[in-house]
Design a protein around this ligand. Structure first.
Ligand code: PMP
Length: 323
C-alpha cells in the first residue's frame, strides 16, 4: 500500500514475494525513516488460524509512525493487510521443531527520492511473512545475558519506544560485545544514571520475587512489548501480583545472590518467554535460579502459549480469528 501527500493511502496489492526496486537516493536509505512490527499467526489443533493481538501491533505501529514523522496507517488497514497475507499463505509449512506459527513483519519505508533531511512525501507499507523458526528445539533453555555498561539502547526524548530500525542498528556493537563475552543477549541500563535495568536487545524483562513479579516501567526509552503487556494480565489470572517498577543493576545482583529474586525471564513475540540464566557484567557474574527455568516462568509460558496455540480458552479475547 502506498501513501502520497494529498492523496493518503492507496493501491493495496497482494503480489508474489520478490525484491523491491529502490532509487539510490531513496530517503529511507539515507535518513532511516523506517518502522516495523512483528506478530504471529498460529494454526490451532482444529486447523483454524488466528493472529495474536494484531490491534496492539497496529496501535504501536501508529505510535512509531508519529515519532518518526510518518503518516499513520489506520488500524483496520494494518489488520486487513496482515489477514490478506495470512489467508494467502494459509498452507504454510511449519519450521522444523518449532510451534506451528507464521511470523508477520509489517513495515513502512519512505518512498521519496531526494537528499534533503525532512519527512518524505511518499511512503510504502508492506507486510512479509515466514514460518517462525524453532526458538527452543531442545526444550526451554535459559539465555545468558551481558549487562552492558558501555552502550545504551535509547535515551530520554529519543526513539527507544518506537519500533524503528535505527534502534537495532545502534544495538549491533553491544550485541557483538555480548557475543565476545560468550553471552546470547545484551541487557541495557538507562542512559541517565546507567543504573536502572531497561530491557534486552529484542525482549522485555521480568523479575520474579516469589509470587510477586516486577517488570521495568515504560520510561519512554524501552519498547512497550505486547508480550510484556499480556503477561501483566496473565500473571494476575494465575494468582501472582504483577507490578511495573524500577530494578537497579545492584538490586538485581544482590537479590539474585541472596535468593529473594527467585526467577528472571525475558519475553517477546519470537521466543514468547525465555528464562535468564547466567548474568555477566564487567565486575563478575552470577547464575539465576541455578541455571534452570523457574516454576513461575514455565507456568506463565504455558498459559500464554495455550491461548496462542488454541489449547486453552482465550479469556481476554486476544486471538483475532481468520477461520
Ligand atoms: N523490546 C525490544 C527492543 C524488541 O525488539 C521487542 C520485540 N518486538 C520486544 C521488546 C518485545 O516486544 P513484543 O512482545 O511486542 O514482541
Amino acid at each position: 500500500i502506498r501513501w502520497t501527500e494529498g492523496r493518503g493511502w492507496h493501491d493495496a496489492q497482494l503480489v508474489p514475494y520478490g525484491p523491491l526496486s529502490l532509487d539510490p537516493a531513496n530517503m529511507t536509505l539515507h535518513y532511516a525513516q523506517e518502522i516495523f512490527e512483528g506478530l504471529k499467526a498460529y494454526r490451532r489443533p482444529d486447523g483454524t488460524v488466528a493472529t495474536f493481538r494484531p490491534e496492539a501491533n497496529a496501535a504501536r505501529f501508529q505510535r512509531s509512525a508519529r515519532r518518526m514523522a510518518m503518516p499513520e496507517l489506520p488500524a483496520e488497514t494494518f489488520i486487513a493487510a496482515c489477514d490478506a497475507l495470512v489467508q494467502q499463505d494459509k498452507a504454510w509449512v511449519p519450521a522444523h521443531g518449532g510451534e506451528d506459527s507464521l511470523y508477520l513483519r509489517p513495515f513502512m519505508i519512505a518512498a521519496e527520492v531526494g537528499l534533503g533531511v525532512r519527512p518524505a512525501n511518499e511512503y510504502l507499507f508492506l507486510v512479509i511473512a515466514s514460518p517462525a523458526g524453532a526458538y527452543f528445539p531442545g526444550g526451554v533453555e535459559p539465555v545468558s545475558v551481558w549487562l552492558s555498561e558501555n552502550y545504551v539502547r535509547a535515551v530520554p526524548g529519543g526513539i527507544g519506544d518506537a519500533k524503528t530500525g535505527g534502534n537495532y542498528a545502534a544495538s549491533l556493537l553491544a550485541q557483538a560485545e555480548a557475543a565476545a563475552e560468550g553471552c546470547a543477549q545484551v541487557a541495557y541500563l538507562d542512559a541517565v544514571e546507567h543504573r536502572w535495568v531497561e530491557e534486552l536487545g529484542g525482549m522485555n524483562l521480568y523479575f520474579v520475587y516469589g509470587d510477586r513479579i516486577v517488570t521495568p516501567e515504560l520510561t519512554g526509552s524501552l519498547l512497550a512489548g505486547i508480550t510484556r503487556d499480556s503477561l501483566l494480565t496473565l500473571a494476575g489470572d494465575l494468582g501472582y501480583t504483577s507490578v511495573e517498577g524500577r530494578i537497579s543493576k545492584e538490586q538485581w545482583r544482590r537479590d539474585a545472590e541472596n535468593g529473594t529474586l527467585t526467577e528472571v525471564f525475558a519475553c517477546g513475540t519470537a521466543a514468547v518467554i525465555t528464562p535468564v540464566g547466567v548474568v555477566k557484567t564487567a565486575n563478575g557474574q552470577w547464575t539465576q535460579s541455578g541455571g534452570e527455568p523457574g516454576e513461575v516462568t514455565l507456568r506463565l509460558r504455558a498459559a500464554l502459549l495455550d491461548i496462542q496455540t488454541g489449547k486453552g480458552a482465550d479469556a481476554h479475547g486476544w486471538m483475532h480469528e481468520l477461520g
